[in-house]
Design a protein around this ligand. Structure first.
Ligand code: GLA
Length: 392
């Protein structure tokens, strides 16, 4: 197999650190979400794409249950035996790897160890799901090493990776990031029902391009505020159950019901619920607009999503608002919104294809002028989800 430059570099690291050569390559992408924010943990709907940026693991199965991995960007190692989970205080990434092995073992798959080198080009800590990409790439490497690559379906793989993050790393995320990393498809977004885990492909039209603006602003509040938002949604559900006993999540509540029973909710909880319920409606409206090729409508829905996240859900930040404005002021821009958990990280914009040439520079300049911070701008086509390739 002819290796591209990036994979060749990882290959060379493998041969420098282990005897012999790797036998397989596992690849799992990061993601950007077009619309449907903070809906996944409310059993709702999301519309993400897999990015053309990914985490790669070049590996060779072992015949025992030992795992030895070198992480190129961190210049650090992990070495552990499957089943003997031990929290690593010094570095975070090995905890994801160990968590994945635990969660996979809990599905009943009998695992084997491997030795490997891991390397990624998904910007870290930027809301583009580098952690989910790491989890899914490593999960694929575990399954392939045990000759069990088909033991779990894509949704089951995503659930195991989410469990690793929830129960072993202690981050209370929903299923979106792992799901799209496992199942993304070239040229398409996926409409995912986060309750049933059914999904369908939504082709992205050739006359639109996705632009991602990385604010480079820190997301320090993200963890605690994320959990607080989840708790507020659950509180809303509990209070609404007094009059709507059959609901189990905000997914089950309509806008009309929310308005009718508004007086049962504290004002902040009401606004959190209003975001989630209206965002689910916007996801469906966006899919419809894509399918009818009404790109302007998609842009308006993205703009409305940002307003709702900023004012009702309160997860935007000055940097994100400035980035969204910088994107919207670009002439070909149809709409822009923050993407991912918020508080910092990235925004996503839909722009008319053909005007990409200077979009990076224009957005960077306009953002930097106000923020005094140099952002990064990426253009990404919807790409394939995770896969394992034999190298021999
Ligand atoms: C993070 C979480 C996801 C999702 C988004 C917000 O990316 O990992 O599960 O909740 O925030 O939509």
């Amino acid at each position: 197999m002819q290796l591209d430059k990036r994979t060749q570099d990882i290959f060379n690291e493998f041969t420098a650190n282990f005897d012999g050569a790797p036998t397989h390559l596992a690849i799992a992408p990061g993601r950007v979400n077009l619309i449907g924010e903070h809906t996944d943990y409310n059993d709702g709907f999301v519309l993400p794409i897999a990015l053309d940026r990914d985490v790669r693991v070049l590996f060779r199965p072992r015949s025992d249950r030992q795992v030895k991995i070198y992480a190129l960007e961190f210049d650090s190692w992990t070495d552990f035996e499957i089943g003997a989970f031990q929290w690593d205080d010094d570095q975070l990434w090995p905890n994801y790897v160990q968590g994945v092995s635990q969660a996979l073992a809990e599905t009943g798959v009998s695992l084997q160890g491997f030795e490997g080198v891991v390397s990624g080009n998904v910007p870290r800590g930027s809301g583009l799901s580098s952690s989910a990409a790491l989890e899914i790439a490593v999960a694929k490497a575990f399954l392939a090493s045990a000759n069990q690559i088909h033991a779990l379906s894509g949704p089951q793989l995503a659930q195991a990776a989410q469990k690793a993050e929830n129960e072993y790393v202690g981050v209370n995320c929903g299923i979106m990031d792992q799901f799209i990393s496992a199942l993304g498809e070239e040229g398409h977004a996926l409409l995912i029902d986060c309750r049933s885990l059914n999904y369908r492909r939504v082709p992205l039209p050739a006359d639109a391009t996705l632009v991602i603006g990385n604010t480079k602003a820190s997301r320090s509040l993200a963890g605690s505020a994320y959990n607080e938002r989840r708790a507020q949604c659950e509180d809303g559900v509990r209070r609404l159950q007094a009059v709507l006993p059959s609901i189990t999540a905000l997914r089950d509540v309509t806008s009309a019901q929310l308005e009718a029973y508004k007086n049962l909710l504290p004002e902040t909880v009401y606004r959190r619920c209003r975001h989630v319920i209206s965002e689910n409606e916007r996801v469906h409206a966006t899919v419809e607009a894509f399918e009818q090729d009404e790109l302007q409508r998609v842009g308006q829905l993205m703009n409305a999503s940002h307003t709702s996240l900023r004012d009702d859900y309160e997860v935007s930040s000055r940097a994100l608002d400035v980035m969204v404005e910088a994107m919207r002021s670009y002439p070909g821009c149809l709409g822009a919104r923050l993407t991912g958990a918020g508080f910092g990280g990235c925004a996503v914009a839909l722009i008319r294809a053909g005007s990409e040439a200077d979009v990076r520079q224009a957005i960077r300049k306009s953002y930097a002028t106000t923020m005094n911070l140099w952002p990064e701008v990426y253009i990404s086509a919807p790409s394939s989800g995770a896969r394992v390739l034999p190298l021999t």
